[in-house]
Design a protein around this ligand. Structure first.
Ligand SMILES: C[S@@+](CC[C@H](N)C(=O)[O-])C[C@H]1O[C@@H](n2cnc3c(N)ncnc32)[C@H](O)[C@@H]1O
Length: 553
C-alpha cells in the first residue's frame, strides 16, 4: 500500500478513515480476476485514489466493452471523492452518479453488482466508533453475521461488500491476514464459507504493503449463492509473481491447494502450515497427537496489569529514595522482554535489570489502609501533573490503586523478532501488560523451569511460528489465546535430570546462543525422551529457520 502524493488522501482524515492505497499491479490483478466478460457491473465500496476503478475500467475496455455505465464506487472522504471522481470522469467517462460520496454503510441497496473489488478501510475497533460503527454491525447482523465489539472496520465492510453481489458474483479484495486467524474475524470467514462456491486466499512472502504493520492477503471468492465453499490457498513470493497468472486464459489460480475449511474456521490450522514441507507438517501433527500438550493445558496465559500511567506508577530506585517511599507500597517488577534471560529470572537478574532500567518498582496501594505521608505526597505530586485524569485512572476509585496485580509463575514475551521467550519467575516479581504472565495449573507436572526448558525445543519453536502471527514489520506476535495453543513436548524426567537440563539450557540462553539451547533441548527431550531421530529434529529446526527468515526478511 502506498500514499500517493498526487491523489493522496486528504488531510488528517486519512488516519481516521483507515486509508492505505493499493499498488496498481495488485488492483489490476484483482480486477482481471473478478471481471471475466467485460459486461459485469463493478463496485469498489471505498475507492480512495480510484486505483481499483481505473483498473476495472481498463479491464472492461480491454475486453472490448465500454466501462462508462459499469463502474461504480463509494468514498467517504469528500475531498478525495471530488478530485478522483473528476479524474475518472475525464479519463473513462464514468458519470458522477456512479461515484457516491459518503459512508458505504449508509448506501446499502439491493444486491446489484457482479463484481466487488477493493481494499477496505483498516480502522481498529478503538477508533471505529459512532454511528458508522453501529450501522456497520447492525448491517452485518441483518446478514446473519454477528460481529464482536472488537471488530475492526474491515470486517463489516467485507460482509456488506459481499451483500452487494448478485447471485453468481465475484469478490476480489485485499484483506488483513487476521481474517484467517483473529477470533473476531471468525464469523466473516464462516460467512465467506457459506456464501461462495470457492474461496482462494493468496498470501505473499514479501509484504504487499511494507509501510504498514498489518500483514495482508488477497481474497478471491467466486459464484455467490448458497454453498459450502471449497477453500484454497496459494503462496506467492511477491506481487510481481501475479503477472504471469493474469496472462493465462482462465481465472483458476494455478498451484492453489485445497485447505480444510472447517479446520481453518476453527483456528486449528493456518495457511502458514502449508509453507513448510509436507513431511515436516506430518511429523509436527503426529508429534502433537502422540507426545504433545498445549500450553493452555498446563497454564493460563494472560496479560500483565494495566497501570494507566506507567510514568507515575513505575518508580526507579532514585525516585524511591527521593520520595522515601516505604517498602510495603512497592512491588518489584520487570518491564520489558529484554529483561528475560535464561530459563529462570532470578533475584540477581532483577537487581541487574534495575541498574539498566529494564526493571523497577510498581507503586502498589491495596485496600483502604491509611497512606503514609510520603506516599500521599507522591500521589499529590502526581495529581499536580494530571496523571489522575488519564482514561484508566479517572475510571477507578481511588485512581492510584492499580488492579489485577498478580504474580505469575513465568513470563512470556509476546512480540519477538526471533522466538518468544518463556522464563520462570524465580525472582517472584510482577509485570505490566508489556509481558504475558503464566499461571500454572495446580495439577500440572511441569515445574516453571522445565516448562521453560521444553519451550526451547524446535517442536515448540515451530509451534510458536505456526500459532503466532507475523506483523508487517517482521515481528511475531503471540496473543494469550495463541500462546495457549502452542504445543509443548510431554515427557517424563526425574528431578535431577530436569535440573541438569535446565542448567544446561540456561547457560546457552544467557550467552545468547539460542541455537545451542535449542539443540540441547532437542537432544535431551525430543531425541532421548521421545525417540525422534536426528533427521527428524533437523526437519523441525529447518522449518523454524525458514519461517523465521520469511517473517523477518
Ligand atoms: C484502505 S483505503 C483503500 C482505498 C482504495 N480502495 C485503494 O485500495 O487504494 C480505504 C478507503 O476507505 C475509505 N473509507 C473509510 N471508511 C469508509 C466508509 N464508511 N465508507 C466509504 N469509504 C470509506 C477511506 O477514505 C479510504 O479511501
Amino acid at each position: 500500500m502506498q500514499r500517493s502524493p498526487e491523489i493522496g488522501p486528504s488531510h488528517a482524515d486519512a488516519k481516521a478513515y483507515g486509508t492505505f492505497y493499493t499498488d496498481a499491479q495488485i488492483a489490476e490483478f484483482l480486477a482481471w480476476w473478478g471481471i471475466r466478460t467485460g459486461t459485469e457491473s463493478v463496485l469498489d465500496p471505498s475507492f480512495g485514489g480510484g486505483v481499483f476503478l481505473r483498473a476495472a475500467a481498463k479491464r472492461i475496455h480491454g475486453l472490448g466493452r465500454n466501462p462508462r455505465q459499469l463502474v461504480h464506487g463509494v468514498e467517504i472522504d469528500h475531498v478525495v471523492h471530488r478530485s478522483i471522481s473528476k479524474k475518472l470522469g475525464d479519463e473513462f467517462g464514468i458519470p458522477p452518479q456512479n461515484l457516491m460520496a459518503g459512508d458505504f454503510f449508509h448506501q446499502q441497496g439491493a444486491a446489484r453488482f457482479n463484481v466487488v473489488v477493493g481494499n477496505p478501510p483498516f480502522i481498529r475497533y478503538q477508533n471505529f466508533s459512532g454511528e458508522s460503527r453501529q450501522i456497520a454491525l447492525k448491517r452485518a447482523l441483518a446478514l446473519g453475521v454477528r460481529l464482536s465489539e472488537l471488530s475492526s472496520a474491515w470486517a463489516p465492510f467485507l460482509v456488506a461488500g459481499i451483500a452487494q453481489l448478485r447471485p453468481g458474483g465475484r469478490l476480489a479484495m485485499v484483506a488483513p491476514a487476521e481474517l484467517c486467524h483473529a477470533g473476531y474475524a471468525k464469523p466473516v470467514l464462516e460467512y465467506l464459507g457459506r456464501t461462495f462456491e470457492r474461496v482462494t486466499f493468496l498470501t505473499f512472502e514479501q509484504p504487499l504493503f511494507p509501510d504498514i504493520s498489518e500483514s495482508t492477503i488477497l481474497v478471491l471468492a467466486e459464484n455467490r449463492g448458497d454453498h459450502q465453499a471449497v477453500f484454497r490457498h496459494r503462496d506467492f513470493q511477491h506481487p510481481g509473481a501475479l503477472s504471469p497468472v493474469a496472462e493465462k486464459e482462465g481465472s483458476n489460480i494455478p498451484g492453489a491447494k485445497s485447505v480444510d475449511a472447517e479446520a481453518l474456521q476453527s483456528g486449528d490450522i493456518r495457511f502458514i502450515q502449508y509453507l513448510i514441507p509436507r513431511k515436516c507438517r506430518e511429523l509436527y501433527a503426529e508429534l502433537s497427537e502422540s507426545a504433545g500438550i498445549k500450553l493452555g493445558q498446563v497454564a493460563d496465559v494472560g496479560i500483565g496489569y494495566v497501570s494507566g500511567a506507567n510514568d507515575f506508577f513505575h518508580v526507579g530506585p532514585d525516585e524511591v529514595s527521593k520520595w522515601d517511599l516505604p517498602e510495603p507500597f512497592l512491588k518489584p517488577i520487570i518491564r520489558r522482554s529484554r529483561a528475560l534471560r535464561g530459563v529462570s529470572l532470578t533475584r540477581r537478574d532483577w537487581r541487574e535489570n534495575l541498574r539498566t532500567g529494564e526493571a523497577s518498582y510498581l507503586l502498589h496501594v491495596t485496600g483502604d489502609q491509611p497512606l503514609p505521608q510520603q506516599v500521599r505526597r507522591y500521589i499529590e505530586d502526581g495529581e499536580s501533573q494530571g496523571f489522575h485524569l488519564g482514561y484508566k485512572c479517572r475510571n477507578r476509585t481511588p485512581w492510584y490503586r492499580v488492579p489485577h496485580v498478580r504474580r505469575p509463575d513465568a513470563f512470556l514475551s509476546y512480540m519477538s523478532t526471533r522466538s518468544p521467550r518463556l522464563v520462570a519467575n524465580e525472582a517472584e516479581v510482577f509485570a505490566p501488560n508489556s509481558l504475558h504472565g503464566l499461571r500454572l495449573h495446580q495439577q500440572t507436572e511441569f515445574a516453571p523451569e522445565s516448562l521453560a526448558g521444553a519451550w526451547q525445543t524446535s517442536f515448540t519453536r515451530l509451534s510458536c511460528e505456526l500459532q503466532g502471527h507475523a506483523l508487517g514489520g517482521g515481528m511475531l506476535k503471540l496473543e494469550p489465546t495463541e500462546a495457549e495453543r502452542t504445543m509443548l513436548p510431554k515427557f517424563a524426567m526425574d528431578p535431577l535430570e530436569a535440573l541438569a537440563l535446565t542448567a544446561e539450557i540456561d547457560r546457552w540462553l544467557r550467552t545468547s546462543d539460542d541455537a545451542r539451547a535449542q539443540a540441547e533441548a532437542d537432544r535431551f527431550i525430543l531425541r532421548d525422551r521421545l525417540n525422534l531421530t536426528k533427521a527428524e529434529c533437523s526437519l523441525l529446526s529447518d522449518a523454524v529457520i525458514s519461517l523465521q527468515r520469511r517473517r523477518t526478511t
